[in-house]
Design a protein around this ligand. Structure first.
Ligand code: LLP
Length: 414
């Protein structure tokens, strides 16, 4: 279902509310999320898993707004976190720490200790040195850490190099051969309980083949471990399922889950997955206002009030994000524009070569902005960060206030 689409008058709607109305009410840049979309995406994962023992751990980094985390928690989700800050957010939002898996290559002692105190489900261990540190921290806290080894299966996820994580040249996880030895080492370490195995091969994957290749390698390792008497409670397959930004044809949530479950059926193991983008990307839009149109000698610019500090994906990954008019302005003429922001960098653009029928003062909508949008935003160029609004049917409410000018120097000293 489309949660952000045009009504019969050509106005872009967020569920039952006009986007231009929201932009006037709350100002721009404005992130707008659809609660229905979030619920539907979660329940598609949930229903696809059916009776198979599973836990959907939403990847907090994709969008870590407390209201979104609270909604996920209320639906029964667990969480994939990568920092002490994300753990604190999950707890603040009412998430259950016993459903938290903790990934990331550089966990500090204090982060490990906070996660142990909270009683998380599993540390996804990314190196031998980290395993030893977790053991030490657990022993000194008189507790036991539940761990999985994050295996790097060396598969090419076929995605942008910056978001590919399962190749041996990437910093993530432990190669399959070493992982086996690391499990044996874990058996000897005090304060460690082996509970699972983990992998995450990359993001925005639009084919199931890399997932299948990775799983084949992991399943072989699970069998090898079983022969050594190491029996695992769960397999965590990470995140990575792609979404439609333009003309991609990613697998459905159902076929993704079916493929995974078919590979692991019979292993008597619980499935954990860590979807981020596929949960939130198409549950959010970013609304901006056209400030000026500027004709260049070879390029026309549509200069908006939203910049790379609000949405860095186009600048950082050359990501193509769909940009549309919020209303059809019959008085504006149609032209091709580079849509650029106010930040003083040539790389500050939201889209290039876009056909738009737009005039100064009109609102533009960027689709697919719910994932890695606000969560990657910054105050670069001393720009207060955007407001975030949640829509549910015809209701709408602020879930993060627009930052004020004073917020810009919070914590600084004169
Ligand atoms: N689990 C782990 C360990 C991860 O590192 C990630 C994402 C996920 C799960 C969630 O992956 P997803 O389902 O969202 O693909 N900023 C980039 C994406 C970076 C992804 C980092 N890791 C972007 O905007 O494309």
């Amino acid at each position: 279902m489309e949660f952000f689409s045009r009504n019969d008058n050509g106005s872009m709607m967020a569920e039952d509310v006009s986007v231009s109305f929201l932009a006037r009410q709350y100002g721009t840049p404005l992130y707008v999320y659809s609660e229905k979309a979030l619920r539907e995406h979660f329940s598609e994962f949930e229903q696809s898993a059916g009776d198979f023992p599973h836990l959907i751990c939403y990847a907090v980094k994709a969008n870590s707004n407390l209201s979104i985390l609270r909604l996920m928690a209320s639906l029964g989700a667990g969480f994939d976190i990568v920092s002490g800050g994300e753990l604190a957010r999950v707890i603040k939002a009412g998430g259950d720490p016993a459903k938290v898996v903790y990934s990331g290559v550089a966990k500090t002692e204090s982060e490990i200790s906070a996660a142990l105190n909270a009683g998380i489900l599993s540390f996804n261990v990314e190196s031998e040195a980290e395993m030893e540190r977790i053991s030490r921290v657990a022993v000194s806290g008189n507790t036991t850490a539940r761990i999985s080894v994050r295996v790097n299966p060396d598969v090419d996820a076929g995605t942008h190099p910056y978001i590919s994580t399962g190749l041996k040249t990437n910093k993530f996880g432990v190669p399959v051969e070493r992982a086996f030895n690391l499990y044996k080492r874990a058996l000897e370490l005090p304060g460690i309980k082996i509970v699972g195995i983990d992998c995450h091969i990359g993001s925005q994957l639009t084919s199931l083949a890399p997932f299948e290749d990775a799983l084949d390698r992991i399943v072989m390792l699970i069998t090898r471990l079983k022969n050594e008497g190491i029996v695992l409670e769960h397999i965590d397959v990470g995140g990575g399922l792609g979404v439609v930004y333009n003309d991609e044809v990613p697998p459905s949530r159902k076929s993704y889950m079916d493929v995974i479950i078919n590979k692991i059926r019979g292993l008597n193991i619980k499935l954990i997955c860590e979807p981020g983008r596929s949960m939130v990307a198409n549950a959010g839009i970013l609304v901006s206002r056209c400030e000026y149109l500027k004709e260049g000698e070879t390029v026309n610019f549509c200069i908006v009030d939203t910049a790379m500090n609000d949405m860095i994906r186009p600048s950082l990954y050359q990501a193509w994000m769909k940009i549309e008019e919020a209303e059809m302005n019959q008085n504006a003429s149609d032209a091709v524009y580079n849509v650029v922001g106010p930040v003083c960098e040539t790389g500050d653009f939201l889209g290039k070569d876009r056909h738009l029928q737009v005039a100064a003062g009109d609102y533009l909508v960027m689709q697919g902005a719910g994932a890695y949008g606000f969560s990657m935003s910054s105050n670069y160029n001393s720009r207060p960060r955007a407001c975030e609004v949640m829509v549910s049917g015809s209701d709408h409410r602020i879930i993060r206030k627009r930052e004020t000018i004073e917020d810009l120097w919070r914590g600084e000293e004169l």
